[in-house]
Design a binder for this molecule. Structure first.
Ligand SMILES: CC(C)(COP(=O)(O)OP(=O)(O)OC[C@H]1O[C@@H](n2cnc3c(N)ncnc32)[C@H](O)[C@@H]1OP(=O)(O)O)[C@@H](O)C(=O)NCCC(=O)NCCS
Length: 132
């Protein structure tokens, strides 16, 4: 089935909470994603298939030239059909079109190297992380 990826697409909090729980394997939370992304993000991309939310990515911002890709996720039943790649491509295209950002960062675990480096076009770099 065809899917659509929409920059700043409409969503309900419950849809994102369910998708996040499935993608990151935890119980369904009650987070206020609308408030979070409208307050702290440059934008986000929603992927829908037959009306159902099957993918999402959040683009956070430092207020300057750096944007950060967070929570890239695609439902298991819609996986490996290019939706994740398209979510990231739409985010990159929107940031480029805006013309005022310089860098899009992402961090991830080793098993997703092919996804981010080969499918999405990120350049390998060294990054760091501290659990707080
Ligand atoms: C990572 C994720 C968003 C990928 O979405 P997707 O729609 O399945 O990805 P695509 O179909 O665009 O994949 C394109 C290519 O990337 C690679 N790839 C995608 N998912 C992969 C995975 N889980 N493991 C290894 N390689 C993967 C493959 O090379 C794939 O091409 P192929 O299907 O022809 O082999 C999805 O698997 C997901 O939601 N995972 C759980 C949440 C998560 O870990 N998110 C990342 C946070 S940093």
């Amino acid at each position: 089935m065809e899917f659509t990826c929409v920059w700043r697409g409409e969503f309900e909090n419950a849809e994102i909470n369910e998708l996040h729980a499935e993608a990151f394997e935890h119980r369904v939370l009650d987070d206020d994603w609308k408030h979070q992304v409208h307050t702290h993000s440059l934008g986000w991309v929603c992927a829908r298939q037959g009306g159902e939310l099957v993918g999402f990515v959040n683009v956070a911002w430092d207020g300057g030239v750096h944007a950060f890709l967070l929570d890239t996720m695609v439902s298991k039943r819609a996986g490996r059909r290019g939706i994740g790649t398209q979510l990231v491509a739409v985010a990159v295209a929107e940031l480029r079109a805006a013309g005022c950002y310089e860098w899009l960062h992402v961090d991830f675990e080793d098993d997703l190297r092919t996804f981010y480096f080969e499918a999405c076009g990120f350049t390998p770099t060294t990054a760091g992380l501290i659990r707080l």
